[in-house]
Design a protein around this ligand. Structure first.
Ligand code: ZN
Ligand code: ZN
Length: 314
């Protein structure tokens, strides 16, 4: 986008002389770009102007996306985990904790934050950085105006389904003996998870499971040539919130899975951490249901009943 867009600004801008126009405008600040864009693109809304000004100001799309995505990831990750830390300190809410005898200590949370930060900088940063050039190769759009809410919503719904499928199979594979021992065991250090522990994992695991989040939109973009990077940003935010909430350790009467029975939520993943087996999906329950890998007492009861019915029939 910045190519067409920058040209546009260049053509519309008023320069006192040709030399002035040819000179690199090193004095340009972000807000200078913003006011230039506002002046010549009145049809854009405020967020679109902020967005276009950022890309014009950076003058390098890959860098602009890389910095913005990484900052957004950190803000959302820690910003979303923080309320869960506060919830842990409120005794009245303890009755909603799934494994209510286990509240993480400050030391556990700090140890967790350190490993999470290490993998953010070593593994996720390159993944985030590589996303833009890869998606751009397949026709990613960064231009304004933004796509409609409907377009973003159905694409994000597709990403949720694709990522959940990838997560189910990869997570199930990670529970295979040698892979579990060498990679996935770290993530299972906390048998009663908490928000911050969502990405507490071996860097190899972060890379394998993170691929589902990144590859789903790239695949979509390659097939349809219809993906805007804003859709990607919103998808990452929602996926992060899903992962953190699934690890929160709390199940409220108004949690999403109470209204959407196929949504996994904390109830589903907490049981995985407690029992170490079954419930391999991330967002939905259908894979575990269809392939009979559901975890927990209720699923075990259903399995026993089915077995008894089969024995009776035989
Ligand atoms: Zn696991
Ligand atoms: Zn987990």
């Amino acid at each position: 986008m910045s190519l067409t867009y920058t040209m546009d600004v260049f053509n519309n801008a008023t320069y006192t002389s040709l030399a002035d126009a040819m000179l690199p405008h090193t004095q340009n600040t972000y807000w200078h770009e913003f006011s230039e864009i506002s002046r010549y693109n009145v049809q854009l809304n405020y967020f679109e102007k902020l967005w276009a000004a950022w890309y014009a100001f950076m003058g390098n799309d890959v860098l602009a996306t890389g910095i913005l995505s990484f900052l957004m990831h950190e803000t959302v990750y820690f910003g979303r985990s923080l309320p869960w830390m506060l919830v842990d300190r409120i005794p009245a809410l303890n009755k909603y904790k799934i494994q209510n005898h286990k509240v993480p200590s400050a030391k556990e949370q700090w140890d967790c934050a350190k490993l999470v930060l290490l993998s953010h900088f070593t593994v996720e940063l390159p993944q985030i950085w590589l996303f833009h050039p890869m998606a751009q190769y397949f026709g990613l759009a960064t231009s304004v105006p933004f796509p409609t809410i409907l377009t973003m919503a159905y694409q994000i719904a597709i990403f949720f389904v694709l990522e959940d499928t990838w997560h189910y199979w990869m997570h199930r594979a990670l529970h295979w003996g040698p892979l579990y021992k060498n990679i996935h065991k770290i993530h299972h250090q906390y048998s009663a998870p908490f928000g911050l522990a969502a990405e507490y994992a071996s860097p190899i695991e972060v890379m394998i499971l993170g691929l589902g989040t990144i590859a789903a939109p790239i695949l979509w973009c390659a097939l349809t040539k219809d993906l805007h990077i804003l859709t990607m940003y919103i998808w990452i935010v929602l996926r992060l919130c899903q992962a953190i909430d699934a690890h929160s350790g709390y199940d409220f009467p108004y949690s999403l899975h109470q209204f959407l029975p196929f949504w996994a939520g904390a109830d589903h993943h907490d049981t995985h951490h407690e029992k170490f087996i079954g419930n391999y999906s991330s967002s939905f329950r259908w894979w575990d249901y269809a392939l009979d890998t559901e975890s927990g007492a209720e699923a075990a009861k259903r399995r026993r009943e089915r077995k008894a019915a089969r024995a009776k029939a035989a």
